[in-house]
Design a protein around this ligand. Sequence first.
Ligand code: MIG
Length: 681
Amino acid sequence: MISRHVFGQPIETGAVIMTIPESTQAIAVMNTALGEDGITLSCQMADTDVVYGLGEQVRGMNKRGFSYISYATDDPIHTENKHSLYAGHNFLILSRTNEPSFGIFVDDPGRVVFDVGETKLDQLCITAGSDCTIYIIKGSSLKDIARQFRELIGQSYIAPKWAFGYQQSRWGYSCEADIRKVVDEYHTRGIPLDAVYLDIDYMKDFKDFTVDEEKFPDFSGLVSDMKEKGVHLVPIIDAGVKIEKGYPVYEEGVQNGYFCKDEDGQDFVGAVWPGKSHFPDFLNSRAGEWFGNKYQWLMDQGIDGFWNDMNEPALFYSEKRLKSVMDEILSMKDENLGLHSFYHMKGRIDSLSGNPEDYESFCHNIDGVKVRHDKVHNLYGFYMTKAAADAFERIAPDQRTLMFSRSSYIGMHRYGGIWTGDNASWWSHLLLSIQQMPSLNLCGILYTGSDIGGFGSNATQDLLMRWLEFGIFTPLMRNHAAAGTREQEVYQFDNIEDFRNIIRIRYGLLPYIYSEYMKAVFNNDMYFRPLSFDFPDDAHAASVEDQLMVGESIMIAPVYTQNATGRYVYLPQDMLMVRMKSMENKSCQIMSKGHHYIDIALNELVFFVKKNHMLPLAAIDDSVRSTTDCHFHRPDSDYEWIGFADESAEYMLYDDDGSTKSYTPKDQWIKIVRSAKELSL
Ligand code: MIG
């Protein structure tokens, strides 16, 4: 049951697709107060209550003990003291044992604060603007509340099947030879690969919708060459448009008034990669359509996937603020800078990037209505991505196009996925990425993953290996690293054989991963779930922060600490433990409910299968270089079925062509039944 409560005059955000009549009643589950800061909603939490959700944020799956601010921020240091990452995911579920659980979605694209027991351990307190819509969702279980929320916000984006293969990226590949080398290195070692990314260096002077012709003399030739090898090239698109006379995107945007305007009605000037830039007003439908159509130029050259970056939007500085800071600092030139003056100067420089006042200094024209940016800040990345997705629908209506974004808001999951931004090669960030996955799924974002191996800092062989052993299960499985860090392609390390074996297991698991992804889309389910969603009556399950349910049959317990040779695992029921060193080297063992210490070697994947469940495993031989070589066309008899059961197990297998929108209707999904003795143990 969903109730909708309206405060003030909220802006239409596009988050929700269902029409729910406005409730005439007050919100019963929380106290509501209207103050100077806006609306405050609060309630008591019992010690055993758990708070799930909030999507892309730091800290654990249970969000209690900290406060989170929805205000999209380009901050590459994701430590546990940070209140905001790149998104506004204002949905949480308060899971309670003594009273009915409920979900709450705060539809307000400005700044929203969730104090989840930080100020007072037992108080949940949400502060939103005075114009917002609140949805309260009650249901029979956590899964049911999550599903109702997903029905409210609409069906999740579906990526092409190749985007479920292994992908390699690095900020620093800058010319044709770099790209060819990566693909060759993977292929000569027999490691499958489905995509290589083009980060900002492919562009001419960081200008969107340009390709540097010196570095890429025959771009479309390269794209088709690579595609013949089964590798898709995925270029980045940045939000900021370089100010440069004669550059068509700039000229057209200025002429048609498609850029965000400052208080004086001038095109707002902020700097990002290309230096001074303007920012397309994605919230204006004509501007969005115009910018979206620009992707066609790359699609015409064979590109079928993109990632949208810097769309919080990130701001290195605004022209006006830079000038005043520079003037002030120059005036200090001859001073003897001591404690206060030195830190004052440093603070002035630090205040340049992503300054909240800059976000208050420009406006959108939402189809005739002038709105200050900070009121709708969290919609910017959503509408950039929607602009692209709407254009794909016009340009290639029957094809799936890969699209994921850095910034997002509830509702963007209908148009693309996200990646979790600039993490680091830290073990703590491997754990963070495990914990972020179910929180993102709760918000509808299914096509997601983190930068495997970590973006910032230097990865080590063991970190990359352990991260891949988790990344095998994330729909987006992309190794990405920042410029200046240690090279992080798997072939840069020792024991490449082990990396190859682990990546090939991903391809063996693809029939399962793809089925589970698609079923989660069509059934409005979560692909990743905290254990308590499947085992609500198990009091211990709710406190497990480092294991996940993946699809209907699997539980994972990744190793995320350095030098560990195993870990403690909690089994909420008897399960089958599967150990794999490669597609050929596999063993299974039934384990009893309870706590276990499990040895897990560095080159070993361990996962668990629920009782009376099973999963398909495809044969992957040496000839498989990408998903193109995987022939998963409904050969249910070709799969090995792994599982264990008292009598028999059932599985719903989903498949389709993977590239068009001819999805398989539910009545044609294949139900597979295997008796206990037919299952691989
Ligand atoms: O300011 O394009 O999160 O993945 O490699 C950094 C360069 C801009 C941030 C993205 C990252 C990407 C990088 N970008």
